[in-house]
Design a protein around this ligand. Structure first.
Ligand SMILES: NC(=O)c1ccc[n+]([C@@H]2O[C@H](COP(=O)([O-])OP(=O)(O)OC[C@H]3O[C@@H](n4cnc5c(N)ncnc54)[C@H](O)[C@@H]3O)[C@@H](O)[C@H]2O)c1
Ligand SMILES: *[C@@H]1O[C@H](CO)[C@@H](O)[C@H](O)[C@H]1NC(C)=O
Ligand SMILES: *[C@@H]1O[C@H](CO)[C@@H](O)[C@H](O)[C@H]1NC(C)=O
Ligand SMILES: *[C@@H]1O[C@H](CO)[C@@H](O)[C@H](O)[C@H]1NC(C)=O
Ligand SMILES: *[C@@H]1O[C@H](CO)[C@@H](O)[C@H](O)[C@H]1NC(C)=O
Length: 416
């Protein structure tokens, strides 16, 4: 585990350090002087070593609970949604620790956040794998977290279909490690990223939190980024542990990026083929891929293409902060996070063309197996209970903001 903790605490000078110097007359005894210089050097070296050893450091602000400051562990904070969430938390004066193994995320995003919030005790980054219980336990024992926002996951539906079992294993084992560490260290508030994919293709639209979830079998699993079984387990564990406050947020299709252009979405190039629709739009606009492929034009929808609910990442992270504030000990809250408006893929393509100013070729192909005709959210519960509703609902504008970042960052966060 590497610790990129931004600023090491400044320690006060040790009062006894080098104190012996005062009693020495270097003119009288030059041989002694040399010895003393040597000894002094030795003492200084020891002090440097002692300073470097964590046991002797004064406590880091991250290791202490502080009244009035909420310290949030953001797992996956180097990733797309996690980095935006960390930015929002920091802006709202939360103390933030990001844990990420950079398998998918970007150190560049961490750099941006550190440059924006260099003050002592605001943000630290810890490079670690959440699949490693020892490393995670060490992190929890050295830091005083008040809450966890759990974003770390391998999160591409396309990819999950290639090796569903491995996917299931990685997601569930990481989450279990985090949950166990939380329980062991008395961290009682969890905000958990879930997805509308757990609803499958419901009979009634829009989707409410009561919409039945698809039964769990291995084929259904392939369509789920976070299996329903986990939500069941969460509710078993935490309903019984009366102190836990859990908020499960089911995202619809996430798009957009920081309106001030500091962060963006930068998936690994090798994941491009599994990418999401907005990434496909930008790749086409840049000419990295040849045009846009629309799969399925014969659905029973307004224009034959699939209907989806596109939620801007700025709204999404706002929902996380509201969920964190409203989290109640002993309760599991489940909320859809969407705009409540369905948009067809054709509409999306038009918005993409306008936002990027590129009139790309669009190729219409047969349906992709497993895609549902219509998926959009009923937002009444989250409005009622968290007073949250989407504000960035202009699809073209969300894409324009994201495109601006993409144009300026041809290689993501890497050097141009
Ligand atoms: N993007 C979407 O449209 C969408 C939709 C629904 C749900 N979600 C959920 O939101 C969460 C975040 O998604 P994202 O789009 O930001 O993904 P992302 O891939 O950009 O970010 C995930 C981050 O987690 C890190 N990570 C993964 N495994 C890790 C491990 N074992 N240890 C430490 N760090 C690890 C990655 O390095 C990456 O930085 C995921 O849980 C995903 O399932 C995303
Ligand atoms: C990071 O996490 C991913 C997903 O859980 C895992 O597959 C990968 O092996 C991990 N990598 C490192 C370097 O820890
Ligand atoms: C899952 O984890 C294993 C081992 O930790 C790793 O080798 C594999 O690449 C991971 N799979 C994905 C899809 O991240
Ligand atoms: C959304 O769900 C609520 C119940 O929670 C219901 O009263 C309302 O009619 C639904 N809205 C739509 C548009 O279906
Ligand atoms: C709900 O949110 C709106 C802004 O979106 C705010 O004006 C209003 O005061 C909030 N209501 C409550 C009860 O907090």
């Amino acid at each position: 585990m590497l610790n990129f903790s931004r600023s090491r605490p400044q320690r006060p000078n040790r009062p006894n350090s080098l104190g012996g110097m005062d009693f020495v007359d270097p003119v009288k005894k030059s041989g002694l002087a040399r010895k003393i210089i040597f000894a002094t050097g030795l003492v200084a070296l020891c002090i440097i070593i002692i300073k470097a050893s964590p046991t002797f450091s004064s406590p880091s602000p991250f290791s202490l609970h502080e009244t009035g400051t909420t310290h949030v562990l953001v797992t996956g904070g180097a990733g797309y949604i996690g980095s935006h969430a960390a930015l929002r938390l920091l802006k709202d004066s939360y103390r933030v620790t990001i844990v990420d193994n950079l398998s998918r995320g970007n150190l560049g995003a961490i750099k941006v956040l550190q440059d924006l919030f260099p003050e002592h005790g605001r943000l630290q980054f810890i490079y670690a794998d959440l699949g490693d219980p020892k490393a995670v336990n060490k992190i929890f024992s050295e830091n005083a977290f008040d809450a966890v926002m759990h974003f770390a996951a391998v999160a591409y539906v396309g990819e999950s279909t290639l090796d569903p079992l491995k996917y299931y294993h990685n997601i569930t084992s990481n989450t279990l490690v985090v949950l166990e560490a939380m329980a062991a260290h008395n961290v009682n508030t969890l905000i958990y990223s879930s997805t509308c994919a757990t609803y499958g293709e419901p009979e009634k639209m829009p989707i409410t939190e009561e919409t039945p979830q698809v039964p769990l079998d291995i084929t259904q699993l392939t369509r789920m980024e976070k299996p329903r079984r986990w939500q069941k387990i969460l509710s078993w564990i935490f309903h019984k542990n009366s102190d836990m406050a859990v908020m499960i947020l089911r995202y619809f299709n996430v798009i957009g990026s920081d309106p001030d252009g500091r962060l963006g979405e930068a998936p690994r190039p090798e994941l491009r083929e599994h990418g999401r629709i907005s990434a496909a739009c930008f790749d086409a606009a840049r000419g990295i891929t040849k045009g846009l492929k629309v799969r399925g034009t014969d659905y029973k929808t307004v224009d034959g293409t699939c209907i989806r609910d596109y939620i801007d990442v700025t709204d999404l992270v706002d929902a996380h902060v509201k969920a964190l504030r409203k989290a109640q000990p002993g309760e599991v809250g489940i909320y859809n996070v969407g705009t409540g408006q369905g948009r067809s893929v054709r509409e999306f393509v038009e918005a993409c063309k306008k936002a990027t100013g590129v009139s790309m070729d669009v190729e219409y192909l047969p349906r992709r197996p497993g895609d549902y005709a219509e998926v959009y959210s009923n937002t009444s519960k989250i409005l009622r209970e968290l007073n949250w509703s989407a504000k960035y609902t202009d699809l073209e504008n969300s894409l324009r903001v994201a495109w601006k970042w993409q144009k300026l960052h041809h290689n993501g966060y890497g050097v141009a």
